[in-house]
Design a protein around this ligand. Sequence first.
Ligand code: BES
Ligand code: MN
Ligand code: ZN
Length: 497
Amino acid sequence: MKITFGELALPKSGTVVVGVLEDGVLTPAAAALDTATDGALRRAIAASRFTGKKDELLAILAPAKLPLKRILLAGLGKASAIDAAQMQGLGGAIVANLNSAGETEAAVQLDAIEGAIDPGDGAANLAFGARLRSYRFDRYRTTEKPEKKPTLAKLAILSPGAAAAKRAYARLDKVADGIVFTRDLVSEPANVIYPETLAEQAKSLAALGVTVEVLDEKKMAKLGMGALLGVGQGSARPPRLVVMQWKGNPKSKEAPLAFCGKGVTFDTGGISIKPAAGMEDMKWDMGGAGVVMGLMKALAGRKAKVNAVGLVGLVENMPGANAQRPGDIVKSMSGQTIEVLNTDAEGRLVLADVLWYCQDRFKPRFMIDLATLTGAIIVALGTDYAGLFSNDEPLTQKLVAAGKAVGEKLWQMPLGDSYDRQIDSDAADVKNIGGGREGGSITAAQFIQRFVNKVPWAHLDIAGVTWSKKDSATVPKGATAFGVRLLDRFVADNYES
Ligand code: BES
Ligand code: MN
Ligand code: ZN
């Protein structure tokens, strides 16, 4: 789908989209169209349940005297509440509606509305939402019938100050590039994306100015990363650790921001094997790593004035003759020994070494890790919120605020000594599961915290939000890339100079 920006004008083909405010108040563009059609818009509204509430859409066929196919009325609700998020959602809804109608081209007329978002910003955000909703992972569908494919090929967004809209979109488009990158990586099956190929994908970021290093097994063994290596040892695919550095503020003497991701390219559970039903979902157990890679792409793409590092631990968790066994004791890079009581609690083992290495090497300002870590966080929060665990209140507040602003919501979860005691081991320094199933996402976070020194740290358990079973405004079902928008915003609002 090609997105363009232009000044307000009546389009000559396809669908025109115009806004209607609450209680059926026509925007100037809608009023002009109503006059040109002898009142067709008002009659259509009167004959339907459409009242101009936010998120309502009403399609009407264009009267014969117009060169258009149809007119799509978009409910805008209260003028004073029209913000960036609403415009993104509207862009997504327009794309979904017109694709199911079989439309190939459309133009949206956006007026300046008193009290609402500036039309240039509104246009840019509408475009962003439209692009995000039009995402589709269809690389492997070779026999899909043309009538099942999306049709919308051109979307023009017309507003006063189109040049400003185009400038505002240029930045959002780079964030969308990051999101699309993440969605593609997370959607790919595990026979295509495994540690080596995921590391290759990371190398593509070098074209944007990101420095990318890939550590192989030998290097990791030398560094003493027994926890990460233990997880990977049952797989024929060797593990990798990727370090990405973006130096967008080269003059700054401050320590970099650090983002770390769990990259389990497939999680069978290992010897503590998972049941067959639903195991295919574990191709997206590299979601945290995917988000870190997409974030680096967004930051570099829009040349963010910030220094950030992204580290991802890439392994495949398989059973096999060489797999680690329940009860094995491994030594992590930190020196702490870990009793592996359940080989399916592998993400925390990977992060233990990645986080240690990250703080050891970069002495970052803070570390944020993302991981599809526990089924328990889905039990606790469902699929609307990701769990947030942190040792630092200011960091927590900044993350929660960024999440609210972009619609990727975080819910703070507790940490504490009584949870921590549950992972004391009789045989080693720590064990990789708690006493029972209760508070499973918390004991997992406690485990990770044992590998965090005195640095502000936040852990995002994204198991419930990484993959969606249903379409929503700007996120089609499938890989969501939850976290890219959030962290891009978090960086932009707090750390760019
Ligand atoms: N990758 C899973 C967690 C997960 C489950 C992510 C469902 C997405 C959807 C993780 O490695 C895992 O297996 N966790 C176990 C931990 C348990 C063995 C302590 C779990 O949540 O059951
Ligand atoms: Mn697991
Ligand atoms: Zn896992």
